[in-house]
Design a binder for this molecule. Structure first.
Ligand SMILES: C[S@@+](CC[C@H](N)C(=O)[O-])C[C@H]1O[C@@H](n2cnc3c(N)ncnc32)[C@H](O)[C@@H]1O
Length: 166
């Protein structure tokens, strides 16, 4: 069971589906935007028809899932739009199985460019704040991976985190 929150046009969902399509897995997606739901539903029409992909509109702050549901959760370029990051991180942890893994991705270079060009009207893409939020929300084994562009600036960052077992 895999969940993506903030799936946007459905690029990550498509990649997740490729990995589960021949097995028993299921991919779930939640996005707060009706326009994004429609876009991803169109893109993943066949996958949804197969019954292995389920998309819905919703807020990461209140997920429509039972606790201990997911083995993997991922979200890319999303956490900095959450109005209450601690509440959202706790909510994601609630629906994770004890051995689950959450992967956060951020296009650091892209976000910096958008911010520099003055197009980022809201959102807080502060990775240090996000890491502290994960610790406060009860995650452990938090690992940060910075992928550098030609060995210089950080282009992408991934953060891996699991529910605290205590
Ligand atoms: C910058 S887009 C990223 C889309 C996609 N993950 C990607 O990287 O291509 C951010 C997405 O997060 C969604 N989003 C923002 N806040 C959300 C929330 N509180 N709950 C669910 N989705 C949210 C937006 O609607 C949008 O689709």
């Amino acid at each position: 069971m895999v969940l993506e929150v903030g799936f946007g046009p459905g690029i990550g969902l498509t990649e997740a589906w490729k990995r589960i399509k021949d097995g028993k897995g299921r991919v779930y997606g939640i996005d707060i935007s009706q326009a994004m739901l429609e876009s991803a539903t169109h893109k993943l029409e066949k996958q949804i028809a197969s019954g292995k992909v389920n998309l819905a509109i919703g807020d990461v702050m209140r997920l429509p899932f039972e606790e201990n549901t997911f083995d993997r959760i991922f979200h890319t370029n999303c956490f900095y739009f959450w109005s209450e990051p601690l509440t959202c991180a706790k909510e994601l942890r609630r629906v994770m199985k004890p051995e689950a893994l959450m992967i956060t991705g951020m296009n650091v270079a892209g976000v910096q460019k958008v911010k520099g060009d003055g197009y980022m009207k809201y959102g807080n893409p502060d990775l240090e704040m996000y890491l502290e939020t994960l610790k406060s929300a009860g995650y452990s084994e938090i690992v940060r991976e910075d992928i550098k562009h030609e060995g210089k600036e950080v282009a992408h960052t991934f953060i891996y985190a699991s529910p605290n077992k205590n």
